[in-house]
Design a protein around this ligand. Structure first.
Ligand SMILES: *[C@@H]1O[C@H](CO)[C@@H](O)[C@H](O)[C@H]1NC(C)=O
Ligand SMILES: *[C@@H]1O[C@H](CO)[C@@H](O)[C@H](O)[C@H]1NC(C)=O
Ligand SMILES: *[C@@H]1O[C@H](CO)[C@@H](O)[C@H](O)[C@H]1NC(C)=O
Ligand SMILES: *[C@@H]1O[C@H](CO)[C@@H](O)[C@H](O)[C@H]1NC(C)=O
Ligand SMILES: *[C@@H]1O[C@H](CO)[C@@H](O)[C@H](O)[C@H]1NC(C)=O
Ligand SMILES: *[C@@H]1O[C@H](CO)[C@@H](O)[C@H](O)[C@H]1NC(C)=O
Ligand SMILES: *[C@@H]1O[C@H](CO)[C@@H](O)[C@H](O)[C@H]1NC(C)=O
Ligand SMILES: *[C@@H]1O[C@H](CO)[C@@H](O)[C@H](O)[C@H]1NC(C)=O
Ligand SMILES: [Cu+2]
Length: 597
């Protein structure tokens, strides 16, 4: 008995060791021209002159090495491996000014880490506004030991993404502008499936597929449905779940699912794979924007390919599965009462320039002069590294102690639905309120809420409803500097981010930053030591830190501000009339008159 157990154990250890390999990638990052919706050619960021970008498929336990050569002539670059914890390798997480310097044009950077997780992930640039330029793709970690490993025959990866006809370089300045004081986000022109449209996925009958689904878009959440098929959810954002039947999903940007789909025995008909934008996230719906798309589960290439309607207006049709009810397969229980609680209020508002920003507790994330990880490492003492002040006043930095249970309460006093992502962790979602009216946003009330689930679902990206709230819990078991931010790229640009400085003492003791990273900072002209302001002498002196703009004078309402700006701008530019987009929601984005300056 004993011997056979040992034998089995040894065999399984051996097989794991045999599987683990090093996978190396050599990636030239350049512009390429594409036209996936057939409506407009545009430039996207390609890898080795290829777009769609290469999907990464590795096995659990593999070491991966990415040599990234930034051959974009005028743009910085970086890569974040979304959902991978970078446990022990914080410097490989990707966000510039958080854990690294941006990779300047002409420079190379190597990401090198071990993949100890399973499931459905993706990679994307974390440079300002860059991933909506096509710089994003799946990263799948195969796991022969998954509990459902013997329940499927074939594996597929399906991406959904909003699609813009313009590069972000053109969209961002219009978005973050005094001409857009309400912060209306650029509305995409299309909804892609597998970076294409009208796609037929040839499948076999009587076959079970493991399908990795992900929304790699910048703004639009999508409803997902396969005509006349249901499926089982087995994984959400890399967390295995109890098999859970569903027939529709609601997938926000950055969220992933893996589902098991058993195909029908007959091959006489094709079925629609239907994706529909959540149009409530768009301020305007231009006449030519098709919200619903059909692609096909193709049983028979000669049978008709019909478009299918999923009526999102009718509540019966749109009962998308509520991810709050998922149960992790490991049945990890609710973490205990928190050692530390962070409460943040989300608002969107205008600052003195008239631009619309997003705030956690009245602070709009403004990148520090020195990447925060380098501040951790250059602090004079552990004690100093544990002082949140040195990370600056505009980075929303919270210091967490190693192994503490942390509770994050997020009160959304904004009328939008926001998908929040935490780097370095999955978290338990223990409460999510309903949606509330604009004039009545509801904060989480610790004295009055439904009981927390005994076995809460976990994932790394979760949405909060308009004017509602969420409560997350996690364990500070991953020393590092991690961003927590809205994954709507436009909102991240508006500053909807905070910084978790997790276990800085352990981070300084057990991790280090490769010398090549410091060399790249020098090449990029970014200081790599000192506090948030780059002060290496006195870490408490933040003179010269990057700061947010001044607030509006007290008592100013948005309408008042708009009126003021209109009059100032009209006077300055001698423009008699300006049609204000975002004030009047019936005006589509293309109608903003941008005076040429
Ligand atoms: C997809 O099909 C629709 C409807 O037939 C058509 O208008 C559109 O041009 C097609 N798009 C592509 C990229 O083939
Ligand atoms: C990347 O670019 C370099 C320099 O132009 C070239 O030598 C190399 O072959 C390219 N690599 C790939 C994989 O295309
Ligand atoms: C690239 O990063 C450097 C350092 O942060 C910055 O000064 C520069 O403006 C960035 N370039 C672009 C095109 O954003
Ligand atoms: C990966 O899968 C194994 C089972 O195959 C499981 O024991 C382990 O917890 C998973 N790891 C993560 C990080 O989810
Ligand atoms: C699918 O399986 C069923 C039952 O085993 C069988 O009757 C049918 O012929 C199979 N269909 C195909 C296309 O092989
Ligand atoms: C798409 O939605 C529109 C309404 O927005 C509807 O009129 C049209 O029939 C739908 N088309 C399909 C194929 O679902
Ligand atoms: C944000 O600012 C407002 C107005 O100054 C103030 O009432 C509120 O308490 C501040 N909120 C936080 C979380 O600091
Ligand atoms: C990181 O690794 C340590 C062990 O080295 C483990 O205790 C911890 O749970 C891991 N954290 C995450 C988020 O994977
Ligand atoms: Cu958001």
């Amino acid at each position: 008995m004993k011997i056979s157990i040992l034998h089995t154990l040894a065999a399984s250890l051996l097989s794991t060791a045999a599987l683990a390999k090093t996978v190396e990638f050599d990636w030239n990052v350049t512009w390429v021209t594409v036209n996936p919706d057939g409506l407009k050619s545009r430039q996207v960021v390609g890898i080795n002159n290829q777009w769609p970008l290469p999907e990464v498929h590795v096995d659990k336990g593999d070491r991966v090495i990415f040599h990234v050569h930034n051959q974009l002539p005028k743009h910085n670059s970086s890569i974040h491996f979304h959902g991978l914890y970078q446990n022990g390798t914080n410097a490989m997480d990707g966000p510039p000014q958080v854990v690294q310097c941006p990779i300047p044009p002409g420079a190379s950077f190597t990401y090198d880490f071990k993949v100890e997780q399973n499931g459905t992930y993706w990679y994307h640039s974390h440079v300002s506004g860059q991933y909506p330029n096509g710089y994003r793709a799946p990263f799948i970690v195969h796991d022969k030991d998954a509990y459902f490993a013997d329940k499927f025959d074939e594996e597929l990866t399906w991406t959904f993404s909003d699609w813009y006809h313009e590069v972000t370089d053109l969209l961002l300045p219009k978005f973050l502008s005094l001409y857009n004081p309400s912060g209306a986000e650029p509305v995409p022109q299309n909804l892609l499936f597998k970076d294409s449209m009208n796609t037929s996925v040839a499948i076999k009958p009587n076959t079970t597929y493991l399908i990795h689904l992900m929304n790699i878009g910048a703004l639009g959440s999508v409803y997902f449905w396969i005509e006349d098929h249901d499926f089982e959810i087995v994984e959400v954002d890399g967390v295995y779940t109890e098999p859970t039947k569903a027939d529709k999903l609601y997938i926000t940007p950055a969220q992933r699912y893996a589902i098991l789909l058993k195909t029908k025995p007959k091959t006489d008909k094709n079925y629609g794979i239907v994706s529909v934008f959540d149009s409530t996230m768009f301020d305007v719906i231009p006449d030519d924007l098709v919200l619903n798309q059909t692609n096909w589960l193709e049983y028979n290439a000669n049978a008709p390919h019909e478009r299918v309607i999923l009526d999102v207006e009718s509540s019966e049709d749109i009962e998308a599965f509520d991810d709050f009810n998922l149960v992790p397969h490991d049945r990890r229980e609710l973490y205990p009462e928190p050692d530390q609680e962070i409460v943040v209020d989300v608002i969107m508002n205008n600052l003195i320039s008239g631009k619309n920003y997003a705030f956690f507790n009245n602070i709009t994330y403004t990148a520090p002069v020195v990447p925060s990880l380098y501040t951790v490492f250059s602090a004079e003492s552990d004690e100093q590294a544990n002082n949140p002040a040195i990370y600056g006043e505009y980075t929303n930095s919270f210091v967490l102690q190693h192994m503490d249970t942390v509770q994050l309460v997020l009160n959304n006093a904004d009328s939008g639905n926001h998908p929040f992502h935490m780097h370095g962790h999955e978290f338990q979602l223990i409460h999510r309120s309903e949606e509330y009216d604009d004039d009545d946003p509801q904060e989480f009330d610790p004295e009055d809420h439904p009981p927390f689930p005994e076995i809460p679902m976990r994932r790394d990206t979760v949405f909060v409803r308009p004017n509602g709230n969420i409560v997350l819990r996690f364990r500070a078991d991953n020393p590092g500097v991690w961003l927590f931010h809205c994954h709507i790229e436009w909102h991240l640009e508006q500053g909807l981010a905070l910084t978790l400085i997790e276990a800085p003492t352990q981070l300084r003791k057990h991790q280090s930053i490769p010398a090549s990273h410091y060399e790249m900072c020098a090449a990029a002209g970014v200081p790599s030591a000192g506090n948030a302001a780059g002060n290496t002498k006195d870490f408490l002196d933040l003179t010269g830190q990057n700061a947010q703009e001044d607030e509006l004078p007290a008592g100013f309402t948005l309408k008042g501000v708009i009126a003021l700006i209109v009059s100032i701008v009209s006077a300055l530019l001698g423009v008699g009339f300006i049609a204000w987009y975002g004030v009047d929601d019936s005006e589509p984005v293309g109608h903003i008159p941008i005076p040429s300056m």
